[in-house]
Write a protein that binds this ligand. Structure first.
Ligand code: GLA
Length: 399
């Protein structure tokens, strides 16, 4: 059985095993309004993505499988713009936040909607790291730290897009030696593939001509009741992680790896996202302003090889109104669960919606933040002659 067929079959078992609900009661309060979609969502107009940015053409690529799902991807930032999946009644629901034109991605305040972030996704402390005895200085674009590749990261450049067939697009970017302060000419390739069983598969490849550091991920903001439909507090979340990397007040890992047990970060059993999101007596919730943490994913017993398509089940999330279920599989060692704490409702989303506070979550599969400064974390170094290869699968179904 090939990998994808295996996952569609395994999915049914996973859903029944992991989507029971141990929650005491749904979360209520002022930030729990939900306006679920009632009409079928549609894709943005492709013409609104035809432009010339930094001298290069931009476009919108549409992916279809034999299932009902459809995805739209732009080569500006290699961003997932729309992902339509059927809810429990069969109504097509757009489960990712995004804009309806390339211009809005360029001009709205940056939130990384749907983007591929890099060269180093997540944070590097004090925007400095040492590699082979040399210190590299990067942009400080997140307080004292470096975030998501710098001022003009992979989210804000034009990639070369090539539609492979109806269900796959390949995006390539050549990042120059010295770009945003990183060493080495880096070639990055990302393919998005929509399968017949409503899974979006993201494959990453990279090579370099000089030793460098690399951490690339997709930064989609999901709302399984439909983008712009309100809070995600009553989505049910399971993260297959016994441990996480605690952070300081600037969200830089302390270097320790600690158990989630007994903390609001324990999502080993399905739990409403909002059940403990305001437990600011816990310093981690205080520092993150909610959830903004890297979880150390459990791997099957004996399964120590990370990367290279060695997938493990990382996360299950279920929308409370749509009953849409998202299962995430990855070969990466970590996942950043970010609960939309910095969203303010100021960005005009597709279909006239807004990006309200905590109305979306991100699941950024990754190596750990600040690894170049933490020798005990899995390495993020890429050497000449090596090929970085990684896969993450976002599998959709209904309960
Ligand atoms: C990541 C970070 C968050 C935030 C978002 C973008 O998920 O961990 O702190 O910066 O990106 O707003």
């Amino acid at each position: 059985m090939n990998k994808l067929a295996f996952f569609s079959t395994a999915l049914v078992a996973v859903l029944f095993a992991s989507c029971g609900n141990n929650n005491p009661a749904p979360v209520t309060g002022s930030d729990t309004t939900v306006n679920p979609a009632t009409a079928a969502a549609v894709l943005p107009d492709t013409a609104a993505f035809h432009d010339i940015v930094d001298g290069q053409p931009t476009a919108l690529f549409i992916l279809k499988g034999k299932g009902q799902a459809t995805a739209a991807i732009t080569n500006y930032g290699a961003r997932l713009v729309s992902l339509l999946v059927p809810d429990k009644k069969g109504v097509l629901t757009d489960v990712v936040l995004g804009y309806d034109s390339v211009g809005k991605y360029i001009h709205q305040p940056d939130t990384y909607f749907g983007a591929i972030v890099g060269r180093y996704g997540n944070r590097i402390a004090k925007a400095k790291f040492k590699l082979n005895g040399k210190t590299y200085t990067l942009a400080t674009n997140d307080g004292p730290n470096h975030l998501h590749g710098g001022k003009k990261g992979f989210d804000a450049v034009v990639w070369t897009g090539h539609q492979l067939n109806d269900h796959a697009v390949e995006l390539t970017y050549q990042s120059k030696d010295g770009e945003e302060g990183y060493p080495g000419n880096l070639t990055v390739k990302v393919t998005y593939t929509l399968t017949d069983s409503n899974a979006l598969v993201v494959n990453y490849y990279a090579t370099t001509d000089k030793a460098t550091v690399l951490n690339i991920t997709n930064h989609s903001y999901f709302n399984l009741n439909g983008q712009g439909s309100g809070t995600i507090n009553n989505h049910t979340l399971m993260i297959n992680a016994d441990q996480y990397t605690p952070v300081d007040s600037t969200l830089i890992p302390t270097g320790k790896i600690e158990p989630v047990a007994g903390t609001p970060l324990d999502f080993r059993q399905p739990m409403y996202i909002g059940a403990r999101v305001n437990d600011t007596a816990n310093p981690q919730i205080k520092y993150g302003k909610g959830y903004d943490h890297n979880f150390v994913l459990n791997r099957a017993k004996g399964d120590t090889i990370i990367g290279g398509g060695n997938l493990a089940h990382a996360v299950t999330v279920q929308g409370d109104h749509s009953d849409i279920v998202l299962n995430v599989y990855t070969d990466q060692p970590g996942v950043q669960f970010y609960g939309g704490n910095f969203l303010k409702g100021t960005n005009p989303l597709k279909a006239g919606k807004r990006d309200d506070y905590r109305s979306a979550f991100c699941l950024e599969t990754q190596r750990f933040p600040d690894s170049p400064n933490e020798p005990s974390f899995p390495t993020t170094e890429l050497k000449p002659g090596e090929t970085f290869q990684s896969t993450t699968i976002f599998q959709f179904s209904t309960k």
